[in-house]
Design a protein. Structure first.
Length: 350
């Protein structure tokens, strides 16, 4: 019996109960994520456009021989018409997880399952959302990408990464402590930005390789916008937690301000940033115990001990290489740059 011929004859009459044929991969796009190979497939070619919005936010790195990530995005009508998706998809998104599994529910516009152990994800999205690739990138694909790289062994630290020559300056601080403003002042004074949010340590390199996400982007509080008039035409309002911030991709101002590739710095200075009301900016050594308290507060939040241990194994490599300081930022903007420049100029070797 020629089963294929028989199937081809009857497949149009067979019920596609699960939607396997309708959801099947008719289009695909290969990519590399922090040097790891991957492939996105879809039944809707328009969905693949979301990849093009997400990839530039991740540092590029040479491709390495690892099992590829696999993501499938399927467009399929929902049981109830959800209507047009909101501009702030995050407000309707709910997250859940257990073990190596993650679930992402984007309101009535779709759902996603991520298998971290296998490096795979599948998302089923309403056509109303499938036609919005920028929104898919911001509200779903970036989250899938970041969790896949963490699940595959990369270490992640919430901090700002700056570069000057072959040295890296990493700034850690609580929310709304002035970290982004300080980083922007330094970038406009000649430093390059790797990321203002997340720095990753690669498990694939014997040398300490640092990567960033989202590359080139900075968010300012409303009260700090006036401090940077040259950025006003480039700022866009972005909801962050319970407030609105104003984001800019510095590549639009000057591509040379941004480092888009993975780096292996010869020296690293890790600063715990805080503000005070005095004009002067100061640098002082920080005790190892204090540093690790800050690392734990800026690593993975509310996760299992096993996940944290895997993450911190890579972060420990960074901490072992870095010199640690308290950077107390004063009210004089020029003094911030002067103090950090002087420190860099008088400490040229690690």
């Amino acid at each position: 019996m020629d089963w294929k011929t028989l199937y081809d004859r009857y497949k149009g009459q067979l019920e596609d109960f699960w939607g396997r044929r309708e959801n099947g991969p008719r289009f695909e796009r290969a990519f590399t994520l922090f040097g790891r190979p991957g492939r996105v497939t879809s039944n809707d070619e328009e969905l693949l456009a979301a990849v093009g919005y997400s990839l530039p936010l991740f540092s590029s790195a040479p491709t390495i021989d690892r099992p590829p990530f696999a993501i499938h995005l399927a467009a399929r009508p929902m049981p109830l018409d959800p209507g047009p998706p909101p501009a702030n998809l995050f407000a309707t998104t709910r997250y859940s997880g257990y073990g190596e599994w993650l679930s992402i529910q984007t309101g009535g516009w779709g759902h996603c399952q991520v298998d971290l152990a296998a490096g795979r994800a599948i998302a089923v999205l309403a056509p109303e959302l499938a036609g919005r690739p920028v929104l898919i990138s911001q509200g779903l694909l970036n989250t899938i990408f970041t969790n896949l790289v963490i699940g595959s062994g990369f270490g992640m630290l919430h901090c700002t990464g700056l570069l000057r020559g072959n040295r890296a300056l990493l700034l850690m601080a609580p929310h709304n402590s002035g970290k982004s403003t300080t980083a922007l002042r330094l970038v406009l004074a000649g430093y390059r930005l790797l990321s203002d949010s997340q720095i990753y340590v690669s498990p694939d390199s014997e040398a300490l390789q640092l990567l960033g996400f989202p590359v080139g982007k900075v968010k300012l509080r409303r009260d700090m916008v006036a401090e940077f008039p040259q950025l006003r035409p480039l700022l866009t309002a972005e909801p962050v937690r319970d407030e609105t911030k104003y984001g800019v991709d510095l590549r639009r101002l000057d591509p040379d301000l941004v480092c888009t590739t993975a780096v292996t710095p010869e020296a690293i200075d890790l600063c715990l940033l805080r503000r005070h009301d005095e004009a002067e900016t100061t640098l002082a050594p920080v005790a190892p115990a204090t540093l690790w308290e800050a690392v734990m507060a800026n690593s993975l939040f509310y996760d299992t001990a096993e996940t944290w241990q895997r993450n911190l194994a890579q972060i420990e490599r960074l901490v072992a290489r870095a010199r640690a300081h308290h950077l107390t930022v004063g009210s004089d903007p020029a003094g911030i740059v002067t103090t950090v420049n002087k420190f860099f100029d008088t400490n040229c070797t690690n």
